[in-house]
Write a protein that binds this ligand. Structure first.
Ligand code: ZN
Length: 388
């Protein structure tokens, strides 16, 4: 949502967030005002051009992560450009330390390679690259068309260095965890990497306060919350990994028949606690409700599907016209963590649960968050509960 598609590279959609042009406006103003003789149009144009080139480097950085991930078999959804950088949506993160290391290091490495290539190009064009870099650093107010090469070399190296800070959510946080995970269990490696990242964020925040740099303080907050989020994700994973579908799924859900109208699904949502529905073909059960026995499960209508359908179609449209027919099926003994990953990959909020051929119920996103919340406050709950 809120993004514009630009192009595709090997099946990966490259998108631009609608706020992205803001950074171009910002760059135009900043570089336009660099020269002391008021606003310079040439400076503003330089700002826009150089920012566009930098973002091309950011796309290469994200593509390097993504293509490495895809080569190792991890699906990548898209890359979105935001005013402050790019984000690659990789559906599932590798857990083997070697794979995580390669994937994390690929991004910063691409910026180092770009910088080296620019040095080579400069040298071939008989530019004294080292001297022009020094000159630019000594007099940053004079940055302009003549310093485009040293500027791009400098910014690419800075991108690589910043991303290699050993703190989540930076690539360096993953590199650190991958290295730690070769000598300790994965969970402890994560906890250690999270702690290192947060310590670094404190130091950076403190330095920001002492030097009065708002930017450093913002970066510190960003790193601190990113590290906390990674810690939480691992906590969820640790809880879910030890459980199977039988511990969490919703039994005997209300069902829809393919011929019922969408408005009936909306009624059920309002009248019950349920918001995702199996769609069952065949005769109605003894209570006059559709019954999903054996292989009569014809489809699935999730809450998100229903809302999307009601935006396009009138409420009397039959369920069969908009239901999903292609969805993963899960078994009682599947690990909750694996199922959560599959649901994320398939972008689906509920999956049907089967015991052999018998349909038993649905496992929904809400079930997953409930089991996590309950077990994280009271881990003994599971021991007191006998399940099918
Ligand atoms: Zn990166």
């Amino acid at each position: 949502m809120g993004s514009i598609r630009l192009f595709r590279v090997r099946g990966i959609e490259i998108k631009m967030h609608i706020t992205f042009p803001l950074i171009l406006v910002y760059a135009a103003i900043q570089f336009g005002l660099l020269s002391r003789r008021g606003f310079s149009l040439s400076g503003a144009l330089f700002g826009v051009v150089v920012t566009l080139i930098l973002f091309a480097c950011v796309v290469i950085h994200e593509l390097s992560h993504s293509l490495t991930a895809m080569r190792m078999g991890f699906p990548v959804r898209d890359i979105t450009l935001l005013p402050l950088g790019g984000v690659a949506q990789i559906e599932r993160m590798p857990e083997k330390p070697g794979q995580e290391f390669l994937m994390a290091v690929a991004g910063p490495l691409s910026n180092v390679i770009i910088a080296i290539a620019l040095v080579v190009i400069g040298t071939l064009a008989r530019v004294n690259v080292a001297a022009s870099l020094l000159a630019m650093l000594r007099n940053p107010l004079a940055i302009g068309w003549s310093s485009i090469l040293p500027y791009l070399i400098f910014t690419n190296l800075s991108l690589a260095a910043f991303n290699l800070l050993p703190a989540f959510p930076m690539d360096g946080g993953r590199v650190l965890r991958a290295l730690l995970a070769t000598v300790m269990p994965h969970a402890r490696a994560t906890a250690t990497a999270v702690a290192v990242g947060q310590a670094l964020a404190w130091l950076l925040g403190l330095a920001g306060l002492l030097t009065g740099s708002l930017l450093w303080i913002l970066v510190a907050v960003f790193i601190f919350s990113g590290a906390a989020q990674e810690g939480r994700m691992i906590a969820v994973k640790n809880v879910l990994e030890g459980l199977s579908v039988r511990h969490a799924f919703s039994r005997r859900p209300l069902a829809l028949s393919p011929d019922q109208p969408l408005s009936h699904a909306a009624d059920l949502i309002l009248e019950s606690f349920q918001s995702d529905f199996p769609v069952c073909a065949g005769e109605l059960g003894p209570d006059g409700e559709p019954a999903c026995d054996l292989d009569r499960l014809a489809g699935l209508l999730t809450h998100t599907d229903l809302i999307r359908a009601l935006r396009q179609y009138p409420p009397d449209t039959p369920v069969r016209q908009v239901m999903r027919v292609d969805f993963p099926r899960v078994r009682l003994d599947d690990s909750l963590y694996d199922v959560q990953q599959r649901m994320a990959e398939n972008r689906i909020d509920a999956v049907p649960v089967f015991d052999g051929e018998r349909f038993l119920g649905l496992l929904t996103r809400r079930d997953l968050s409930e089991v996590y919340q309950l077990l994280s406050v009271s881990p003994e709950l599971l021991r007191h509960r006998e399940v099918v």
